[in-house]
Design a protein around this ligand. Structure first.
Ligand code: SAM
Length: 243
């Protein structure tokens, strides 16, 4: 058995998925309002940038992994139109249910599936684009997940990984103060859960930075990987092309 990170804790890798499930079960109903509050609305700009880089065309097939409440799936669905397909997927039923209800309220019916990013229930070369936003950090075997994402892409298809990353050093102190003092307090006030937001701050610190994630994507089979730093590296968008 091997160990892995759950935030700053070291846990047996068989325990991580259950602990992550606990976090998202707890925050699902307040997830969207918390995203706006914690990022001061910036997550909308990061996602809009991701949608622009995706540059989808009508009729394309897209898989959104760890799709949660459906921000990316919804935007992608508008781009691929009625002849395209966007699969809205997540391992967590509470998050997926929240997202599906929200999309249904907007008149959008997408194929919605509970699925683990580490073992995708799709055939090889099925998608033009695969996305994972703020989800890879929570996965136990990131290399396995990236290899699966590569497998389900068509040759020439692209993987978009939007994830917290390493902030520019001059801003690191202020960002740490905000993350470890302010975030858990907002979590307690709004969602009644400081611990899950402490996990968020910790999990960002132990997640691979820009260069390390790029190397992991190359190891997983992506021939070319571009890195776009957003908000001074608070977040990075990695774009991998399957050869
Ligand atoms: N993509 C959405 C967004 O950007 O707003 C949701 C991101 S949320 C921070 C992280 C999501 O990753 C959660 O919904 C969680 O259930 C999901 N997740 C964690 N581990 C996963 C796994 N192994 N496979 C698929 N989804 C996973």
């Amino acid at each position: 058995m091997s160990d892995t990170h759950f935030g700053f804790q070291t846990v047996d890798e068989t325990q991580k998925a259950g602990r992550v499930r606990g976090v998202f079960d707890s925050v699902a109903s307040k997830y969207d309002v918390m995203n706006d509050l914690m990022s001061m609305g910036l997550h909308r700009a990061w996602k809009a940038y991701t949608v622009a880089i995706a540059n989808l065309r009508e009729g394309q097939r897209v898989l959104d992994i760890a799709g949660g409440t459906g921000d990316l799936a919804r935007a992608f669905a508008k781009k691929v139109g009625p002849t395209g397909t966007v699969f809205h997927t997540d391992i967590n039923e509470a998050m997926l249910r929240q997202g599906r209800n929200r999309l249904l309220d907007e008149g959008l019916v997408l194929p919605t599936l509970i699925c683990d990013g580490e073992a995708l229930p799709f055939g090889t070369a099925s998608f033009d684009l695969v996305s994972v936003a703020f989800g890879l950090r929570n996965m136990t075997h990131k290399e396995r997940a990236l290899t699966e994402m590569n497998r389900v892409l068509k040759p020439g298809g692209r993987l978009l990984v939007l994830e917290f990353s390493k902030i520019a050093p001059p801003l690191a102190k202020a960002y740490d103060w905000y993350s470890f003092n302010v975030l858990p307090r907002i979590g307690q006030l709004v969602a009644g859960d400081a611990q899950s937001y402490r996990y968020l701050a910790e999990s960002i610190r132990v997640h691979p930075g820009q260069a390390e994630l790029k190397a992991m994507m190359k190891d997983a089979g992506f021939g070319h990987v571009d890195v776009h730093n957003l908000s001074a590296g608070v977040v990075a968008l990695h774009v991998g092309i399957k050869c």
